[in-house]
Ligand binder design. Structure first.
Ligand code: PEP
Ligand code: MN
Length: 274
């Protein structure tokens, strides 16, 4: 693929070693990691309950949005700085590293002070000012694939971040728009295998946004790991019916705990097979 320089798996015909990206001490790229938590930080009680539950079930990191890029301007936009303070508290309580989305280039540097990794969301994938700022953030970046972006466009966005001096990029396949309506998006499993073939970066999958359906999260998680994925990001809410965003697709803490048990037994089988 042309124009891939710093992200490419090969340089001058020689293979590059695969990268490990450390997020708050968790080495992404070494074993299947699970990042879990609510779509949005709604309150201290909601986030703390989710954080304690996902930690108890064996997740490695906590996710939660303090800035939500919503389709409607009237929908919940996130708690902003208050949300970041809540995430900071959840990290102190659970010891889980925290990942949060940033949607404005002006916010990158101060938001980076609160969290362990910054997410660039699907809607912002080709926001080049944001990419460049994230390249100077000094924190790992979780780069989601845009819902109408090709693999080549996605990998070029990673190239933007690396070329600004930040080598710590994790790619995330989160589903693309197709003619299908049963699922919220079509999770592109081939993109996971392709990104692993083309780049040295860790690649994870988001089966929550990738399907929009709680019942499809486990099967698509297994498929993502089988396709070579280095981990998963999953939405968990203590009370999905009351969620201010993405309630329809969230797992409850109980469902997440069962999910982790099944995922871990699959990882055991996969490790033996490898
Ligand atoms: C999210 O992670 O909650 C989110 C908004 O994801 P995406 O950018 O993939 O839609
Ligand atoms: Mn969400």
């Amino acid at each position: 693929m042309k124009n891939l320089r710093l992200t490419a798996i090969e340089v001058d015909g020689k293979p590059r070693p695969r990268s490990t990206v450390h997020i708050g001490g968790i080495p992404v790229g070494q074993f299947p990691v699970v990042i879990a938590g609510p779509c949005g930080v709604e309150s201290e009680a909601q986030t703390m309950e989710a954080a304690i539950a996902v930690k108890g079930a064996g997740a490695h990191m906590l996710r939660g949005g303090a800035f939500k890029p919503r389709t409607s301007p009237y929908a919940f936009q996130g708690l902003g700085v208050k949300g970041l303070q809540i995430l900071e508290k959840a990290r102190q309580e659970t010891g889980l590293p925290v990942v949060t989305e940033v949607i404005d280039p002006r916010d990158v540097h101060w938001v980076a002070e609160y969290v362990d990794a910054l997410q660039e969301g699907a809607r912002n994938m080709q926001n080049f000012s944001l990419l460049k700022e994230l390249g100077r953030a000094g924190k790992p970046v979780l780069l989601k694939r845009g819902m109408h972006s090709t693999i080549e466009e996605w990998l070029n966005c990673a190239e933007y971040i690396l070329s600004e001096g930040n080598p710590d990029v994790i790619l995330c396949e989160r589903g693309i728009r197709t003619f299908e309506t049963y699922t919220r998006n079509t999770m592109d499993l081939s993109a996971i295998a392709a990104a692993k073939e083309l780049t040295h970066l860790p690649v994870i999958a988001d089966p929550t946004h990738g399907t929009g359906r709680p019942s499809l999260i486990l099967p698509m998680s297994l498929a993502a790991l089988a396709a070579g994925g280095d981990g998963l990001i999953v939405e968990v809410h203590p009370n999905p019916e009351k969620a201010l965003s993405d309630g329809d697709q969230a797992l409850t803490p109980g469902q997440f705990s069962q999910y982790m048990q099944k995922l871990n037994s699959f990882i055991g089988v996969m490790t033996a097979w490898k």
